[in-house]
Ligand binder design. Structure first.
Ligand code: DGJ
Length: 737
């Protein structure tokens, strides 16, 4: 009887397929070692977004055994689509909105085919091909699954095969539907010298949007990276957490819409605001990649997934430890000559620093760059300040055992410059309206290929000035307003935001093709370009101009949720701090900076006496822990946001033989209060020696300094530290015995 029923069901299904002329499509699975993303094709040939989360083994069988092709829900109309387009019954914020050549506003995408290609042992690419049911509009959704890192990236492409122009008004990189009892969104806000400040909120009905319309310096006020925790605020080591990051350095829009069925609809991509794309026949547009990961073990694992993926695929030279740096900016600003710089190089060498970077102020002759008011755009070495040129300085550094780096800001121009007089048409401008300055500068129009060539040449010419230049700091110190391009035709002005970033990426691509080995720092008034779109071409980011230890604990905490420690340049500066005027002990400043890519941002001559010895030792100590910090796994123990005024985290080497603990006190704690925490990530069965490093002479924060503990003890009982005073801190090196 049971067999007969099953047989009848099968006949019905086949009959159904016969009638509609369809072939059953098996569930489409995109998998990593631990994750599955599953799409199914329903009887109307729509692609349903079925699932994204922990891996489901044997899901094809599971879905097929329901005797249905596609969405098993009874109410098919509500089934979330892979890429919801405006049209049909779809009423939420769409992933795609097109006005067709004949003026029709709606789109109805149906499955055409899909392809899966194994790119290598770790990467698999799956492309879903869709087409409008009536119009020749083609959509490709490309997913790349990174097996070991448990990351899946997604992007979209729309091609117009209609006879006339279509207008693409919205095109997202990805859509993700989630269903839970409640949703908590962690996102990041900021301003200059106050980047990556974390906020977490429960999402209510309606749409929460995180976006920017600033074009350049796009991540200063909001960042396109976020976490979504299901059912409770995100926890470090447990709970379902999705992590997302849009790899795009321009306008972005992330929308989180809680609908009446309590589904959260997440649409992420470029900002559609003032960005309609007109596509003529055979034209296409491709979106940036959205990077996704998930863990049911909390946000800690989400960060580690991002870090592993970032080091391997999301940044330059992620397998190579970074040198320690002295950057000239806060030590010299615009006021220096050759002697000032050579003295700084001498001092850096004595400290054991490995790279010297000459910041702003080295160029411009007709309009010398002696302040931020002139010279930007004129990239010739200033002969008064540096009569013997850059090569002389670079050679000097190399002779002292240091590498040499140099600052540029090639996308920008001061009105007081030869470049602005020669090429006023290269400046971003809105017709006859006033060209508004910011930090006394304008933005060059990178949608223009001539400007792209110019920017590329600046990089090329600068590097060619000396064979010893091995590092470039690339800065961008304003955003775009009063937008417009003299290059783009009048019906394509709304392509500007897209074309600017594409132009920038074209330049980056050319640079990396010619200079694959050079180190490049990504800076935009600090962390104004902290996104994986730009990061791919860079070795590291300058997360903030705020080098105050206390503020850096928060800024680096935010940045390191998504970017590995090796990517976050972290410099010790002077006290009182130039940005905040706060006084911090040198030890605290070092202990904070050592948890990223350590450097200094000061006049080394200002460090004297005991502080000199301390700094010298700290730099030596950093080199001991550097491989663990830069290449290890991050385990956060105490968040600076949790209200205790303590913060602590660890890095653990991949083989668990070495670990480093950083603990900070952010305020005065009562005398009887002490810091005690359980360690994470160690091997419970091994013995570890725990040694305090970076100690102030004659004092220590760890009473059991040098003792051996089992990994199990350290992770179950924990360690106690005497860091109750304001800005007390501790660094412990934990080594397997
Ligand atoms: C802004 C950067 O963030 C600083 O580090 C410095 O390079 C200045 N620009 C130079 O103008």
């Amino acid at each position: 009887m049971k067999f007969l029923k099953q047989f009848m069901l099968l006949v019905l299904v086949l009959l159904n397929l016969q009638l509609f002329g369809q072939q059953p499509v098996k569930p489409i699975e995109i998998t990593t070692d631990k994750l599955s993303m599953i799409f199914t094709v329903d009887k109307n040939q729509r692609i349903i977004y079925h699932y994204f989360g922990n891996k489901i083994e044997g899901s094809r069988q599971a879905f097929l055994s329901r005797g249905f092709i596609g969405q098993p829900d009874s109410n098919d109309d509500l089934a979330p689509l892979a890429f919801p387009a405006y049209g049909g019954r779809y009423y939420l914020n769409p992933a795609l909105k097109v006005t067709h050549a004949d003026g029709l506003l709606t789109t109805d995408l149906m499955y055409e085919k899909h392809e899966e290609v194994k790119l290598d042992n770790n990467k698999t690419q799956t492309v879903l091909y869709l087409k409008d049911r009536l119009y020749p509009i083609y959509v490709q959704l490309t997913f790349t699954a990174f097996a070991k890192e448990n990351v899946i990236t997604q992007s979209a492409k729309v091609t117009n095969k209609e006879k006339g122009n279509i207008k693409v008004e919205n095109i997202a990189s990805s859509y993700l539907p989630l269903h839970a009892e409640s949703y908590y969104l962690t996102h990041f806000n900021g301003t200059w010298a106050h980047e990556m400040q974390q906020e977490e909120e429960k999402l209510n009905h309606g749409i929460k949007v995180i976006e920017t319309k600033k074009g350049v310096r796009a991540t200063q006020a909001q960042n396109p990276s976020f976490l979504i925790s299901l059912n409770h605020p995100s926890q470090e080591d447990f709970g379902d957490v999705y992590g997302g990051s849009l790899a795009w350095s321009g306008n972005f829009n992330l929308s989180f819409e809680l609908d009446e069925s309590y589904r959260l609809n997440v649409v992420t991509g470029m900002n559609p605001f003032a960005s309609t794309f007109t596509l003529s026949t055979n034209d296409f547009i491709e979106t940036p990649e959205m990077i996704w990961t998930f863990s049911d073990k909390g946000r800690g694992q989400v960060s580690r997934n991002f870090h592993d993926w970032g080091r391997k695929y999301g940044m330059a030279h992620g397998d190579k430890v970074r040198p320690t740096v002295l950057n000239s900016w806060e030590g010299a600003y615009f006021t220096f000559d050759e002697k000032t710089i050579k003295d700084m190089i001498d001092d850096a060498a004595k400290f054991g620093i490995e790279m010297f970077v000459l910041d702003d102020g080295w160029f411009g002759n007709t309009y010398p760059r002696n302040s931020d008011g002139a010279g930007l755009g004129d990239w010739q070495t200033n002969v008064k300040k540096l009569p013997n040129g850059l090569n002389n300085l670079a050679q000097y550094a190399v002779d002292k055992g240091l590498q040499f780096g140099i600052w540029i800001e090639p996308e920008m121009v001061n009105p007081d410059s030869e470049l602005a007089k020669k090429h006023p048409e290269w400046v971003v401008q809105s017709g006859q309206r006033e060209k508004l300055t910011m930090r006394n500068q304008w933005v060059l129009d990178l949608s223009n290929p001539k400007v792209q060539d110019f920017v590329y040449d600046i990089f090329d010419q600068t590097v060619k000035q000396s064979p010893h230049i091995s590092y470039i700091k690339w800065d961008a110190n304003r955003h775009i307003d009063n937008v417009g391009s003299t290059y783009l035709p009048k019906d394509k002005q709304s392509h500007f935001w897209y074309e600017y970033v594409r132009g920038l990426y074209r330049v980056y691509e050319r640079i990396r093709a010619k200079y694959p080995d050079i180190d490049i720092q990504l800076c935009s008034s600090g962390g104004g370009r902290m996104d994986y779109g730009a990061m791919k071409f860079h070795n590291e980011v300058w997360p903030s101009d705020n080098t105050n230890g206390l503020d850096r604990v928060f800024i680096q905490y935010g940045a390191n949720l998504f970017f590995p420690a090796m990517a976050t340049a972290s410099h010790v500066s002077t006290s009182p701090n130039h940005q905040t005027q706060m006084m911090m002990p040198l030890k605290f400043r070092f202990d904070v900076a050592m948890s990223g890519r350590l450097g200094m941002e000061l006049q080394p001559k200002d460090i004297v006496g005991d502080e000199y010895d301390f700094a010298q030792h700290a730099i030596q100590d950093y080199k001991k822990i550097r491989p663990t910090v830069q290449l290890g796994d991050l385990y956060r123990m105490v968040s600076p946001y949790n209200g205790t005024n303590w913060a602590a985290h660890m890095y653990v080497a991949k083989d668990k033989k070495e670990a480093v603990l950083f603990a900070y006190s952010l305020a005065y704690h009562g005398r009887t209060t002490y810091f005690e925490e359980k360690l994470k990530g160690l091997n419970p069965d091994k013995n570890y020696k725990v040694v305090e490093i970076n100690k102030k002479p004659g004092s220590r924060t760890f009473d059991n300094d040098g003792e051996v503990f089992t990994g199990e003890y350290l992770m179950k009982v924990g360690l106690r530290l005497n860091i109750g005073d304001a800005f007390a801190s501790s660094v412990l090196m934990i080594s397997e015995q």
